[in-house]
Design a protein around this ligand. Structure first.
Ligand code: SF4
Length: 503
């Protein structure tokens, strides 16, 4: 005898049980009544997918249903005088399959129905052993069920918290992500840093390459800057990896083989702010903190019809306090469940899947039918646009690249030779000559554009072939292979990188 949450595997059983049960009932019973089974089946499936149903399987139950199926119609008539279908006490639907050795029922599927914030189940008479199990699981008696043959059954209910619903959903539907294989400090620290401003799908590949090249925090702490910048190439927001490397050095020097374990200690680590500290504390150390990211903010704003700008510091604080109040144990799962729910169900773009959401009964915007109106956002300010002329300078099989300054936008990364403003071909030739380049050919490249958080680059490009090896420039002549494998060139220059790849 056991009682457990339903899993996706149960779906197959449910489908098969219902199929057989419906045909059995149609053959032997009142067709009209059992037509409702189809609707019931759909509800059961939907609840399994939401992770809010439970399965109760027990030998006695099987025998009992088996008997009912063999004789009486297993129909409930009333509970406390009300029709079951209308009653809040409706608890378990029992269905049997005609596959037992005698050709009758072999399996009983008992389905605990979640209504409001409660799971309700019923069981046999006062002395049935199931009662003890159910009570042990925290269920309380909530009514008496009278079957059509006059038999009494006891109904039980258990309060299901916001947290229970959310975590049950997560256990079934949570994403299988490479950094969730364990709750290792370095893995959580690295993945949460990568996930800031970047979507999960993009991070997966980078995470795996990063961890296989630099498998431990110590490896990262002693890695050369060009190595980790190259591993980050294309992920953008390079300050994240520079801070991560600084943080790794600090932790290794201060903690050796260990790592910080409190919020105060984590905030001392260079580059670790409130979000990363809370993510590490909750996901890795299972401490009651809320890591407020864009997903949580969106879910919060829809659950509460939050009218303020979701990007404001006060909204962030309210969101953190709101979820902290609802967190009922299991901080690690709670946080990850909210992140997944925000991505998979309470989606940022396209359809919002409120019908499949385990929190829909708590959700104000869903009840009001206005989920699409949230979150509220302040209109973004206009970004500054600047023009650049970028030169893809080639001498034989090498290209000219140079390292950007140690601070500011894209600091310490490599770039192609460029100047502010848009130049005509004639001006470009004059300029290159003034810089000491001996040009044998110049060809225009298509215009390109790159959008940063607060800035847009509009780039005019030229491919330039030199007659002589350039000298006197603070630059590197790199082959195609070196450019692809050694030097990290930001994706702002992707058009020029693509050109090299094609050559
Ligand atoms: Fe989001 Fe809809 Fe769930 Fe509300 S019910 S939290 S809007 S998915």
């Amino acid at each position: 005898m056991y009682f457990r949450k339903t899993t996706n595997k149960d779906l197959l059983s449910v489908l098969s049980i219902y199929k057989k049960a419906i045909s059995y009932m149609r053959e032997h019973k009142n067709t009209e009544q059992w037509n409702d089974f189809e609707a019931l089946r759909n509800n059961v499936i939907s609840d399994i997918l939401k992770g809010i149903s439970h399965v109760l399987i027990d030998e006695d139950e099987i025998k009992s249903v088996f008997t009912l199926m063999d004789g009486e119609e297993p129909s409930y008539s009333s509970i406390d005088g009300k029709w079951i279908d209308e009653s809040p006490y409706l608890t378990i639907h029992r269905l049997a399959v005609a596959e037992h050795e005698k050709g009758y029922a072999s399996l009983c599927f008992a389905y605990g129905m979640l209504q409001g914030n409660h799971i309700r189940i019923d069981t046999h008479g006062m002395n049935h052993p199931m009662r003890r199990l159910i009570q042990k699981m925290g269920f309380m008696e909530c009514g008496v069920i009278t079957l059509s043959d006059g038999t009494k059954r006891i109904a039980y209910e258990k309060k299901v918290s916001f947290s229970d619903r959310l975590i049950s959903w997560y256990e079934l539907n949570g994403r299988d992500l490479p950094w969730r294989k364990d709750h290792d400090f370095y893995h959580v620290y690295l993945s949460e840093t990568m996930l800031q401003q970047t979507r999960v799908e993009s991070v997966k590949k980078y995470y795996q390459t990063f961890v296989s090249t630099l498998p431990t925090l110590k490896d990262l702490a002693k890695a050369d800057e060009d190595v980790y910048l190259k591993l980050w190439q294309g992920l953008g927001y390079y300050s994240r990896v520079k801070n991560l490397a600084k943080g790794a050095k600090y932790i290794v020097s201060e903690y050796g083989d260990s790592h910080p374990e409190t919020k105060e200690e984590l905030l001392q680590v260079p580059g670790i702010g409130a979000y990363t500290a809370n993510a590490i504390l909750s996901i890795c150390l299972d401490k009651p903190y809320v890591a407020v990211d864009g997903n949580l903010l969106r879910v919060f704003s829809r659950l509460t019809c939050h009218e303020k700008d979701i990007g404001s510091a006060s909204s962030r604080k309210e969101c953190e306090e709101y979820f902290l109040r609802l967190m009922d144990g299991k901080p690690s799962q709670f946080n990850q469940a909210l992140m997944d729910l925000g991505e998979l169900v309470c989606s940022p773009h396209g359809e919002i899947h409120c019908d499949a959401c385990p929190l829909n009964q708590y959700c104000l915007s869903f009840r009001k039918g206005v989920a699409y109106q949230y979150p509220r956002k302040k209109a973004p300010g206009k970004k500054k646009e600047i023009g650049l002329t970028v030169f893809l300078i080639r001498y034989q099989d090498s290209y000219l690249i140079r390292k950007r300054g140690k601070s500011g936008l894209l600091s310490s990364l490599y770039e192609f030779f460029n100047v502010d403003g848009h130049m005509s071909e004639e001006d470009a030739l004059r300029y290159l000559s003034s810089q000491g380049f001996v040009v044998s050919g110049i060809t225009g490249l298509p215009d390109s554009r790159h959008v940063f958080t607060h800035l847009i680059w509009n780039m005019k490009g030229y491919e330039v072939v030199l007659d002589q090896m350039p000298s006197g420039h603070d630059s590197v002549m790199a082959t195609k292979k070196e450019i692809m494998e050694v030097y990290s060139i930001p994706s702002a220059f992707h058009l020029f990188l693509k050109k090299i790849q094609e050559e």
